[in-house]
Design a protein around this ligand. Structure first.
Ligand SMILES: *Cc1c(COP(=O)(O)O)cnc(C)c1O
Length: 388
């Protein structure tokens, strides 16, 4: 039986994804973990549970698998990716500043600018793919650096080791939102980050049927802060969602392998169509940070972004006309999705910021699923032909 504390040397990732977190109710012989819906626990029980807002067996099971696949000391689970971001940011004080990569997930930007700014937490936005940004980190006097890589939706790849190295010279904690890469393709903590944050809603769960977030760290201080934030701010997930995500993780290595292979083929096929201006995929030779991507990632991920010729209405009907890609927010599930960032995920951004990032009406983001890739490319080509 697997122990709650992962053995860091072995076994392999797929084995850990399947076998960790089985230690509750083991005396019943259950092969899969049960769901613990109880909100309250008898005082003084050996596992130390009291009230579900501050901990539950299903949280512990999920946290144990997450810390195992992330190869770290601590994981804390939250109700969503945004809850995890709230938990981390709530540790800052009024007057402190978060130095952010300028291309972050739209709801992260909204949370910083429209919520935390009101509490006096400041933000500054820089392009971390610009090498001169590293030397200037200190000049902003940040309390924290916040990155995503690859970024959403532009798929910029940031040299995590370089940024973490520069920030650590000044003891500035670095948070990496690792949602797009997952711990299977990229290990932010190994590259020097203080926190690896994930929306487990996406690849980790993989079935678009549960919301969740997690914070992984090797710092006991940050771990205590996350446990405190989980119960004090009411950011805890539901036991059922934790159970679903625990189930989802078991097939993460299988799903991701298929999705990454599909995405690679899909990107190459897409680039051949004459209605496509450019395609962005981290492992393609025309990606501006391809070398860094290959250095820090084990695969290019399963998101493909492209610029397509046509006005807003044409692009919109293109997205709607696809058969196997549902036009929807979110990503990372077994089913393929298409998203128009300018009017969907990044609609809340200031228009000037949107245009600086290149999020224009022609930009389309594809989340590649586990379907047969020939069907996906045929679907796209068919709709692109009609666009002409
Ligand atoms: C979806 C997403 C989030 C937010 O996660 P939720 O689970 O939807 O709250 C944060 N970061 C990135 C990169 C995301 O894609």
């Amino acid at each position: 039986m697997a122990s709650a504390k992962p053995n860091k040397q072995n076994p392999g990732l797929s084995t850990r994804a399947i076998h960790h977190g089985e230690s509750f109710a083991a005396n019943t012989g259950t092969v899969m973990p049960p769901i613990f819906p109880s909100v309250t626990y008898q005082h003084g029980n050996p596992e130390g549970f009291d009230y579900t807002r501050s901990g539950n067996p299903n949280f512990r099971i999920l946290e144990s698998v997450l810390s195992s696949i992330e190869d770290c000391n601590y994981a804390t689970v939250f109700a969503s990716g945004v809850s995890a971001i709230t938990a981390v940011t709530s540790c800052l004080k009024a007057g402190e500043l978060v130095l952010c990569e300028e291309n972050l997930y739209g709801c992260t930007v909204r949370l910083f600018e429209q919520v935390f700014n009101r509490f006096g937490i400041k933000t500054a936005w820089v392009d971390f793919t610009d090498p001169s940004a590293l030397a200037r980190i200190k000049s902003h006097n940040p309390a924290m650096v916040w990155l995503e890589s690859p970024t959403n939706p532009m798929l910029k790849v940031i040299d995590l080791k370089a940024v973490c190295g520069s920030a650590s010279l000044h003891n500035i904690p670095v948070v990496v939102d690792n949602t797009f890469a997952t711990p299977l393709l990229q290990s932010p903590l190994e590259l020097g980050a203080t926190i690896s944050l994930t929306s487990t809603t996406k690849y980790i769960n993989g079935h678009s049927d549960a919301l969740g977030g997690s914070v992984c760290t090797n710092s006991s201080e940050w771990n205590s802060r996350m446990i405190f934030a989980q119960k004090s701010l009411g950011l805890q997930p539901s036991p059922f969602d934790c159970w679903l995500i625990t189930r989802g993780i078991k097939t993460l290595p299988l799903r991701l392998e298929k999705q990454v292979n599909n995405a690679k083929d899909f990107a190459d096929q897409l680039a051949k169509h004459k209605a496509v201006k450019w395609v962005r995929y981290p492992f393609r030779s025309d990606h501006p940070q391809q070398a860094i991507a290959r250095k820090q990632m084990k695969g290019g991920g399963a998101i493909v972004t492209a610029s397509i010729q046509g006005d807003k209405d044409q692009i919109y009907s293109f997205c709607k006309s696809l058969r196997y890609f549902t036009m929807a927010e979110s990503l990372g599930g077994i089913e393929s999705l298409v998203c128009h960032p300018a009017t969907m995920t990044h609609a809340s951004l200031d228009p000037s910021m949107r245009s600086r990032l290149g999020i224009d009406d022609g930009l389309v983001r594809f989340s590649i699923g586990c379907e047969d890739v020939v069907d996906l490319t045929a679907d796209i080509n068919n709709s692109l032909d009609q666009l002409q």
